[in-house]
Design a protein around this ligand. Structure first.
Ligand SMILES: Nc1ncnc2c1ncn2[C@@H]1O[C@H](COP(=O)(O)OP(=O)(O)OP(=O)(O)O)[C@@H](O)[C@H]1O
Length: 202
């Protein structure tokens, strides 16, 4: 896939974050900082707070204390594909492409790169788990944001698709983007940085 363009200048950081869910403090004192071209895996066991941290980084969850700052747009992939289940995949993706002002050509390019080009006529509700994950990934990538937040991007993917995600992340970082992926399974990202959220457990 051709790069959309060299990514605009971007960065994302968090300082002394703490997270409370229900009446439990999940983690505290967590800081991170990424610049253009860098990647980070958020690791940790189930319930350690990876998704909560992702939502904080994406501005969807308020930290109990601490701060998040970013330069550049963010695209978030989480367990919800955010694609209309009743539409053919191509039309469901086209909805977001219009919202994000993505040219149709770019959408087809991303569909090819994520291996869903043959599925564009299939209603979203008929897609398999792995196909739905690749479609959600296509929506995220096509948005053209320099900062990718990928929450469990490998769930439900076969070996070839795992390699595809790793290659797309590597390419994005080489183009000056940032990729943060929360994953309980190993994922090869440029630089190999891993932050274990459980290290900050309270
Ligand atoms: N809205 C909420 N209210 C109360 N507790 C919540 C809420 N959302 C999440 N939690 C709890 O916070 C904890 C961390 O959840 P989170 O989804 O961030 O963990 P995770 O590390 O991503 O887990 P997994 O690996 O299973 O996806 C869990 O114990 C969860 O039950």
């Amino acid at each position: 896939m051709e790069p959309a363009a060299r990514q605009p200048e971007c960065s994302i950081g968090a300082a002394r974050l703490s997270c409370v869910r229900g009446d439990r403090m999940l983690f505290a004192g967590l800081s991170l900082q990424l610049s253009a071209g860098e990647a980070l895996q958020l690791a940790g066991p189930n319930g350690s707070g990876k998704s909560s941290l992702m939502r904080m980084l994406g501005g969807l969850l308020r930290p109990f204390s601490g701060e998040v700052a970013h330069q550049g747009r963010i695209a978030l992939l989480d367990e919800r594909p955010a694609l209309d289940a009743h539409l053919p995949l191509g039309r469901a993706l086209a909805f977001w492409a219009r919202c994000d002002r993505v040219p149709a050509g770019r959408l087809y390019e991303v569909a090819g790169a994520t291996g869903i080009a043959d599925l564009l006529d299939v209603p979203v509700r008929y897609l398999s788990t792995g196909q739905r994950k690749r479609a959600a990934l296509a929506r995220t990538i096509a948005a053209g944001a320099p900062i990718w937040l990928l929450d469990e991007p490998l769930n439900g993917l076969d070996t070839a698709s795992v390699a595809m995600v790793e290659q797309l992340a590597a390419r994005h970082c080489a183009d000056g983007g940032i990729c943060i992926a929360a994953s309980h399974q190993p994922i090869a990202l440029p630089g190999g940085q891993v932050l274990n959220v459980a290290d900050f457990a309270q």
